[in-house]
Design a protein around this ligand. Structure first.
Ligand code: ADP
Ligand code: MG
Length: 726
């Protein structure tokens, strides 16, 4: 095994880049060719079917069976031109990633042969035997039915030989069993709450869109080295491994030239993404060695999130083609940065006005400030819940560790916006908010400088930062489904907007003009957020933790406990009033969250114990035995052990570390046994939280052993190999 490792390392190092597939043409020629988008709808559907379908897509009308059949006919024609053989409903259950079950398109033709068929019912609805998906007790096995139903706002696409129909996934009794259903409800809630406010400024607004621009961070490791690391294969992260002497201290990986093998992978990934209509835009080396980032142009949030799910799948697929494995885990390696997925989030009207960017005039600026402040108020009120929405067993390794984000949800505004808010508190409510530099300055004006987008300084320690025309929710984990976090954010914002509008209406009924009524309601909100949720300092410091407690922000670091926020009365009321989750769904989802947490830690703990016993201890004993033989030989030849300090010191170290491992592994197994006996999911997750904490206690002696044992005997690829071969 030991020599195997060195051989593997050498072979991995010598691998050359495999050329990316030549797409034959420019991106504009093949962009979206594998998506049944509006262009295809026009081409493959008759005018009546097209207009009925667009009523569903744009107007939210239900899809009738006749239209579904006609749409299916058009999709089939298009799909067969692409040699599609199978179809699947594609959904996002409460596991990681997506689910699909392929059916071939063939059916008997009644004449002894087969034909390709695809009709409206297979398009619109299916009943997968989905009893094995997590439901948190919503579906007992005797009523295990789950339904998938097409979400016409997410276009159908082709992946390989398979037609994929994006669907929601719900139970027989109507509860959501997936990410998409509540996400779509939250998008509607935001729109419904925001439109009446927008109409105070522009009566022609009928819909408000939520936009998402995600930035996906990931690691690549050579697949041969990956295969020699059971921990990476099974848990997605290294449970042991001494830090490499050089890691990211020199910042020499960030934005550096992209290695050829990686560039070829990225190119294939981008072409595949562009074919699927995913506007992949940015690629670069990230801070940690072998860490990279991909970001598309932002888009409507439901579609953008589907696209993120697709990209994560494509990454896994193309990494293998290039001899890599992609790691989407939030913290695959200790001691270097982990991976997040910044969610750039904003709102905009169907009239094309962005709601989180300064406007063209005083009125536009007031509208901007209105949405800006209400978002902050929502984040303040539900800061514990927002943290819970991004919490997981895997993201726990980033949260609160010395990198974004701290385990406290605060908002960073930048100097400009902080100044604007403070000024607004001082001036009368009817003071126009102007953009500086346009009309000259007059006393009392609240100015928003023109170069405002570039002005927002970057505070990388903030989990929720304003960046000029959007908020960046940075706490989201790299492996997460963005919908988890954004459903909560949207619902919280929707609730706040409804309350705000109610208060404005009361003041307008008193006869106050719109701008005064709006500002009168905003002022107390501004005063409150600025002293509570807004924080411009370094989020990593101990002082901030103490300060956050004083401000009443949630500072819980225990992930299973964070989830409790979902079922607190104010959360239940918020989700119910916005129509996003029922209490039953919230309770069920928490069961799933606790169960998932427990299982992840349980798996890590098992892998840790087995690797310690099967890999590490034998290597240590092998080296120990070699040292003992050497001592015996020395004694035989020289008649003394004098001059054997190196050997005896090493022996003592090895013996001590191996003993530590033995004792701690036994203790962990005992702790697991006790935890497994706990019936309720919350209690069990809490017990497993303690198991998670003690993983480090086994890791420590292992990493110490790695420092002293003969390199040729070490059985696992080391950090310096995993992180520096690409
Ligand atoms: P950063 O400097 O923050 O790493 P990137 O260019 O990597 O910036 O990513 C920024 C992301 O934000 C992109 O996906 C971009 O499309 C998205 N974005 C830009 N403007 C908006 C907006 N108004 N709403 C939502 N997302 C946006
Ligand atoms: Mg960013």
């Amino acid at each position: 095994m030991s020599t195997d490792r060195l051989k593997l390392v050498k072979e991995s190092f010598e691998k050359k880049a495999i050329p990316a597939e030549d797409p034959a043409g420019n991106p504009s020629e093949y962009f979206g060719e594998l998506v049944f988008d509006r262009g295809k709808m026009h081409r493959y559907l008759d005018p009546k079917t097209l207009s009925s379908l667009l009523d569903c897509v744009d107007g939210g009308k239900p899809l009738d069976r006749k239209t579904a059949d006609a749409v299916a006919q058009g999709i089939k024609e298009w799909a067969l031109e692409h040699h599609v053989t199978h179809v699947t409903h594609w959904f996002q259950p409460l596991t990681e990633g997506t689910a699909e079950k392929h059916d071939s398109l063939i059916d008997y033709d009644g004449k002894g042969g087969v034909i390709e068929t695809f009709d409206g019912s297979s398009l619109a609805q299916q009943e997968p035997d989905a009893s094995s998906f997590p439901s948190g007790g919503i579906r007992a096995t005797f009523e295990a039915r789950g339904y998938t139903a097409w979400d016409p706002t997410s276009p159908v696409f082709i992946m390989g030989d398979t037609l994929c129909i994006p669907t929601v996934f719900i139970s027989y009794t109507g509860e959501a069993l997936d990410y998409k259903t509540p996400f779509k409800k939250s998008l509607k809630a935001v729109s419904d709450a925001a439109v009446p406010i927008c109409r105070l400024f522009d009566p022609s607004v009928t819909k408000v869109y939520t936009y998402l621009g995600w930035e996906q961070e990931y690691f690549l490791v050579d697949e041969a080295l990956y295969a020699a690391r059971p921990d990476l294969m099974i848990t997605g992260r290294t449970l042991m491994g001494h830090m490499s002497s050089k890691n990211q201290q020199l910042d020499d990986h960030y934005f550096a030239a992209i290695p050829a093998r990686v560039a070829a992978f990225m190119r294939d990934l981008e072409v595949a993404g562009h074919r699927l209509g995913i506007p992949i835009k940015t690629r670069h080396n990230e801070v940690a060695p072998n860490q990279f980032e991909l970001a598309p142009i932002y888009g409507e949030a439901n579609l953008a999130n589907d696209q993120n799910q697709i990209v994560m799948n494509l990454m896994k697929q193309f990494a293998r083609k290039h001899g890599f494995v992609v790691l989407l885990h939030e913290k695959p390696f200790d001691g270097v940065n982990g991976s997040g997925k910044h969610n750039n989030w904003s709102l905009g009207t169907d009239t094309g006005t962005p709601l989180l960017a300064p406007g063209k005039d005083a009125k536009g600026n007031l509208q901007f400030i209105t949405f800006f402040v209400n978002v902050l108020a929502a984040v303040q009120r539900h800061n514990a819940l927002l943290k819970a929405s991004i919490a997981s067993a895997t993201n726990a390794h980033r949260l609160g560790a010395n990198e974004a984000p701290p385990a406290i949800v605060s908002a960073f505004l930048g100097r400009t916006m902080t100044g604007v808010l403070r000024k607004l508190l001082e001036v009368p409510s009817d003071t126009p908010i102007e953009i500086a530099g346009k009309k000259g300055k007059s006393v009392g004006l609240v100015e928003i400088p023109e170069l405002f987008i570039d002005n927002t300084d970057r505070n990388r320690t903030s989990p929720f930062a304003f960046t000029g025309n959007r908020f960046e929710f940075r706490a989201v984990g790299s492996s997460a489904n963005c919908a988890g976090a954004l459903t909560t954010l949207n619902a919280a914002v929707a609730e706040q907007l409804v309350a705000f509008k109610r208060d404005v209406d009361v003041r307008m009924a008193d006869g106050r003009p719109v701008n005064v009524a709006v500002m009168d309601v905003l002022k107390p909100l501004i005063a409150s957020v600025i002293d509570t949720v807004c924080f411009e300092g370094n989020g990593y410091t101990e002082e901030w933790k103490a300060e956050a407690v004083r401000r009443g922000l949630d500072v819980e670091t225990n992930v299973p406990r964070m989830f409790e926020a979902f079922t607190r009365p104010e959360s239940v009321a918020m989700f119910a009033s916005t129509g996003v989750f029922t209490e039953k769904e919230l309770v069920a989802r928490n069961e799933v969250k606790w169960e998932t947490y427990t299982k992840k830690v349980q798996i890590e703990s098992r892998v840790m114990c087995r690797m310690a016993v099967n890999h590490i201890v034998p290597a240590a004993l092998e080296y120990k035995s070699r040292l003992l033989k050497e001592l015996a030989l020395h004694k035989e030849v020289f008649g003394t052990l004098e001059g054997c300090e190196t050997e005896t010191e090493l022996l003592a170290k090895i013996t001590r570390r191996v003993e530590e491992i033995r004792v701690r592994v036994a203790a962990m197994k005992e702790a697991r046994k006790k935890a497994n006996a706990i019936e309720d999911e919350y209690g069990k997750a809490l017990a497993y939280h303690d198991v998670a904490e003690s993983l480090a206690e086994i890791r420590r002696p292992i990493d110490k052993l790695e420092e002293v044992i003969d390199n040729a005997l070490w059985p696992l690829p080391k950090y310096r190999e995993l992180l520096f071969i690409s």
